[in-house]
Design a protein around this ligand. Structure first.
Ligand SMILES: [Zn+2]
Length: 504
């Protein structure tokens, strides 16, 4: 603060929302019973070369001015975070949890956050979190802390006092704080017929395999996909913390506790590239990150923009996505499982054998060809879903429900984690071979299958990964011949493959 003509300047690469902090801070100070100092005010945001965005620094700027003009005296080091309204109310901000967590790692011992963000910020450990509803309350917290006694009772959450908590950031004692508000979707028992597809789905979810369902409209592809949320086990502690941070950064809904529900994201095929992979002016996470540790379901796969589909290859390979924008770069987690559905051709009836398809063979091939070879290489399971015959609706035996199948999936996942702390879909090379424990007869059988189908080494790896999951579902230590046969069945869509190969 300097003498001279009254003014308010923010320097240090502030974006528009941050520049507008001047108006919010001025209004908030006046409306909170303080004097707005008639001096030349310069707010310097360091480091100067790092772009700053959003409104999370409002409270810090306002309190800086109040301390600088000696209206508020603060004792010790405080971190303060929050957006101000013109009236002086403190509002929650996106990304509160990772910010408070970062402060804790930098040995900042206490932080003031907006009251609406208390539950979220309280998930960070090793830092005292105090909430304020207004600028005046935040100023009072700083002032009171100096006198060592409190006239107003700061709202705070009780934090685990365990010093080793930094290693284990999510004490299970907070489990009652978890929230799960996603609807589970229809039960698997509602899916009639489609035994092959049901089995493929069970294997895919148990091993984290990517899967594509191909069938005409009305064959139940979308219904089957909608049963996925009810089949997935909840996130474990580490996964839940990451999911909560992602939800915090995306800022779409208030966070009342740890996010425990495994994500199921189903963006429409008109989705933009940025919305899929992330980025944009605020470097927001995209669908691939929102689906981290969960399922990304793409209905009508060939209808997606081709470059958007190609952008899925890197995260499918690395489990993360790198985003670059002018002057900034970020890496977000993107360990998702791709499950997709598509019609066999533009009209939807190719392969039905009833003459209803009016698409020429070239058109069928070109339709499948919109999914590039490298992307197809990432798909472990292909399943054909024919139309369900009326008698299957009426006379078919009652199929297994989600509770039963979900329990098998959870058991198979546990076996994988216990064996090698890795999902089967991530197994490669020697690790994969070791995990399969093929006997001599099974090895010969795998080679025979591969020769029969003309598979490359990568094709055999896909076969083994899926067979490993089939064995895990059955509780078998070693992969047996019938597991290999079952895995091979989900690779051999002969009519479809002919189309795919014709398309190159
Ligand atoms: Zn057709």
């Amino acid at each position: 603060m300097a003498p001279g003509l009254p003014g308010f300047t923010i320097v240090g690469l502030a974006d528009t929302a941050l520049q507008e902090a001047r108006e919010r801070v001025r209004g908030a100070i006046r409306n909170s019973g303080y004097e707005y100092p008639p001096r030349r005010i310069t707010v310097n945001l360091a480091p100067a070369d790092l772009r700053k965005s959003g409104a999370s620094l409002d409270l810090a700027i306002a309190l800086g001015i109040l301390v600088g003009s000696e209206q508020v005296v603060a004792n010790g080091r405080w971190a303060v975070l929050g957006e101000l309204s013109l009236g002086g109310d403190l509002r929650p901000i996106p990304g509160l949890l990772p910010m408070v967590d970062a402060l804790s790692r930098r040995r900042v011992s206490r932080v003031v956050v907006p009251l609406g963000g208390l539950a979220e910020a309280g998930l960070a450990v090793g830092i005292d979190v105090v909430a304020a509803a207004t600028l005046a309350e935040a100023a009072a917290i700083l002032r009171e802390s100096r006198r060592g006694k409190s006239r107003i009772r700061p709202r705070r959450v009780e934090l685990a006092a365990d010093p080793s908590a930094e290693e284990e950031p999510v004490p299970s004692a907070r489990a009652d704080n978890d929230h799960s508000d996603a609807e589970p979707g229809p039960d698997l028992a509602e899916v009639r017929g489609q035994l092959e597809a049901r089995r493929a789905m069970e294997i895919a979810l148990a091993g984290g395999h990517c899967m594509v369902m191909i069938g005409p409209p009305g064959s139940g592809k979308t219904l089957l996909a909608r049963t996925i949320p009810g089949l997935l086990p909840p996130l474990d502690d580490d996964e839940a913390l990451v999911a909560t941070v992602i939800a915090s950064v995306s800022g779409t809904e208030p966070i009342g506790g740890l996010v425990r529900t495994r994500p199921f994201r189903a963006p429409h095929h008109t989705i933009s590239h940025v919305a899929m992979v992330g980025g944009g002016p605020h470097m927001s996470p995209g669908e691939v990150t929102l689906a981290n540790h969960g399922v990304l379901f793409l209905d009508e796969l060939p209808e997606f923009d081709r470059s958007t589909l190609e952008a899925l290859r890197q995260p499918l390979e690395d489990g993360q996505v790198a985003i670059a924008r002018v002057g900034r770069a970020a890496v977000f987690p993107a360990r998702f499982q791709l499950i997709a559905a598509m019609n066999p051709c533009p009209c939807g009836h190719a392969g039905e054998g009833d003459g209803r398809c009016r698409c020429g063979p070239g058109i069928v091939a070109r339709y499948s060809g919109r999914i590039s070879g490298p992307l197809r290489d990432r798909i472990d399971l292909w399943v054909h879903m024919p139309r369900v015959e009326p008698r299957e609706y009426v006379a078919g035996a009652a199929p297994e429900g989600s509770a039963l199948v979900g329990a098998r999936i959870a058991r198979a996942r546990r076996r994988q984690i216990e064996r090698g702390n890795q999902e089967n879909c991530r197994l490669r090379g020697r690790t994969l071979k070791a995990a399969c424990r093929l006997g001599a007869a099974e090895q010969a059988h795998a080679i025979r299958l591969a020769e029969l189908e003309g598979w490359s080494a990568r094709g055999i790896e896909r076969l083994l990964r899926v067979a490993r999951t089939a064995a895990d579902l059955a509780g078998c230590e070693a992969v047996e011949g019938h597991h290999l046969d079952e895995a091979a069945r989900f690779r051999s869509l002969s009519w479809q493959r002919a189309g795919l190969e014709a398309a190159g």
